[in-house]
Design a protein around this ligand. Structure first.
Ligand SMILES: CC(C)(COP(=O)(O)OP(=O)(O)OC[C@H]1O[C@@H](n2cnc3c(N)ncnc32)[C@H](O)[C@@H]1OP(=O)(O)O)[C@@H](O)C(=O)NCCC(=O)NCCS
Length: 162
């Protein structure tokens, strides 16, 4: 497995990965129908394609050569604070280091950064434990995870990097 920048040809595989990983992670929390609605909007091919060319951002995938195991997307307005918007590893590949490798690559992509911020659903215990073990701490919360007016509550976590 290696980590590389995502490209246009990866988008269908990334979309399939996101749909499957979202259902696996969030069906018990939000319900399958809501997950369908959210993924149809947030993970449409046009929405993902726009991220490939978003300024001051990094879109990376974990690739085995024939399968994309995971993806991460982050941006930084000032180069100092990294906002990690997405970190998803397919359920069949979780617990084998892909998530840690994607996070490490995102941090390396912003060499001037001193903090990473992300939003996590409090009931997503696997993700909370993953971030907790990597030095992230809760710094607040949001009523609108992901996008403005999403109505999805989440805890905001941050970690200092040096
Ligand atoms: C949270 C998530 C991104 C973590 O990715 P992952 O690939 O499962 O994570 P890793 O394998 O890198 O690390 C998970 C654990 O497995 C361990 N591990 C097991 N085998 C490993 C291996 N061969 N190499 C490295 N780590 C290994 C790690 O040490 C780590 O343990 P720790 O958290 O106690 O330190 C992933 O589980 C996921 O996509 N979950 C669903 C979606 C989600 O919740 N995303 C986050 C939204 S905010």
């Amino acid at each position: 497995m290696w980590i590389r920048t995502a490209g246009n040809r990866d988008l269908e595989a990334i979309q399939a990965l996101l749909v499957e990983t979202w259902h696996d992670t969030y069906d018990t929390i939000y319900g399958a129908e809501r997950v369908d609605d959210i993924t149809a909007e947030w993970h449409s091919l046009p929405a993902l394609r726009a991220r490939l060319t978003q300024p001051q951002s990094e879109f990376v995938v974990a690739d085995t050569g024939d399968t994309i195991l995971g993806m991460a997307f982050a941006s930084s307005k000032d180069g100092r604070l990294i906002e990690l918007h997405q970190l998803y590893v397919h359920p069949s590949a979780q617990g084998r280091g892909a998530g840690a490798a994607l996070l490490e690559e995102i941090e390396a992509c912003f060499p001037e950064a001193n903090r990473v911020r992300l939003e996590v659903e409090a009931e997503n215990l696997k993700a909370v434990a993953f971030y907790d073990h990597r030095g992230f701490e809760p710094v607040g919360d949001t009523k609108n995870c992901g996008v403005e007016d999403s109505g999805i509550p989440a805890v905001v976590y941050e970690k200092r990097i040096f």
